[in-house]
Design a protein around this ligand. Structure first.
Ligand code: DX5
Ligand code: ZN
Length: 221
C-alpha cells in the first residue's frame, strides 16, 4: 500500500475555535496541518499571519505545512519559521529569485516547497530541484476553499512525478484544491503522495472518518 500524507487545510475550519479544530484533525489522524496564508494581493483574501501560526503551534505536534500565497514571500519566511512552521511553500509566480528563497527557507531549518498555479508549467522547476523538498501543484486557482478540481492538472501531476523520478528526487508531490473522495484516486494515481483537503474534511461531521476515507482511497492506487 502506498504511503500517503493527508493535510487538512484549516482555511475551512471554524476560526472562532481554532484550537479545538486543530486538535480534532490531530486526534482524527491527519499527518500535516495545512495553513493557507493569503495577503490580499497575490490572491484577493487576507487570511492567516505568523501570529496565528505561533498561537496554534503549541496545540499540535503534527507537521505545520505553511502555504504562502503572498507577494514577496522572501520577506515573510523568517517570521513563519520563528512562529513554528516545519514546511514553508512559496509560489514560483511570486519569486523572482526562487533559488535564493528556497535556500533561505532551508537555512531557517524548514523544508522548502514551491507551489505552481494551474497555468504555470512544471518545467519552471527543473532547475531548482536541488533545493526543493516539496512541489505543490494547485488544482484550483488559489484564493478560496471549496472549488472544483481542475482535471487538466492531472497531466501536470504525471509530468511532475516523472521529473522528480528522473532527477532521483525524494521531494513530496503535494496537490491542493478540490481534493475529495471523488477526485483523490485520480490525483494519487497520477503520482501525488500528499493531499491537501479543506472542505473535504472540515465540511463533514466526522473529521476522523473523512481523513480515513481519503487515506484509504489514495493508498489503494
Ligand atoms: C486554496 C488553498 C487550498 C484550499 C483547499 O487557495 O490553497 O489549500 O483551502 O480547499 P479545498 O480542499 O476545499 O479545495
Ligand atoms: Zn493551500
Amino acid at each position: 500500500m502506498k504511503k500517503v500524507i493527508i493535510a487538512p487545510s484549516i482555511l475551512s475550519a471554524d476560526f472562532a475555535n481554532l484550537e479545538k479544530e486543530i486538535k480534532a484533525i490531530d486526534d482524527g489522524g491527519c499527518d500535516w496541518v495545512h495553513v493557507d496564508v493569503m495577503d490580499g494581493t497575490f490572491v484577493p483574501p487576507i487570511t492567516i499571519g505568523d501570529n496565528i501560526v505561533k498561537a496554534i503551534r503549541p496545540h499540535t505536534k503534527k507537521v505545520m505545512d505553511v502555504h504562502l500565497m503572498v507577494e514577496h514571500p522572501e520577506t515573510q519566511v523568517e517570521a513563519f519559521a520563528k512562529a513554528g512552521a516545519d514546511m514553508i511553500t512559496v509560489h514560483q509566480e511570486a519569486c523572482v529569485h526562487l533559488e535564493r528563497t528556497l535556500q533561505l527557507i532551508r537555512s531557517l531549518g524548514c523544508k522548502a516547497g514551491v507551489a505552481l498555479c494551474p497555468s504555470t508549467p512544471v518545467s519552471t522547476l527543473k532547475n531548482v530541484l536541488h533545493c526543493t523538498d516539496l512541489i505543490l501543484l494547485m488544482s484550483v486557482n488559489p484564493g478560496y476553499g471549496g472549488q472544483s478540481y481542475i482535471h487538466a492538472v492531472t497531466d501536470k501531476i504525471k509530468e511532475a512525478r516523472a521529473m522528480l523520478d528522473a532527477a532521483d528526487s525524494d521531494a513530496f508531490l503535494h496537490v491542493d484544491g478540490g481534493v475529495s473522495p471523488k477526485t483523490i484516486e485520480e490525483v494519487s494515481g497520477a503520482g501525488a503522495d500528499c493531499f491537501v483537503a479543506g472542505s473535504a474534511v472540515y465540511n463533514t461531521p466526522d473529521y476522523a472518518a473523512a481523513i480515513a476515507e481519503l487515506r484509504s482511497l489514495a493508498s489503494q492506487v
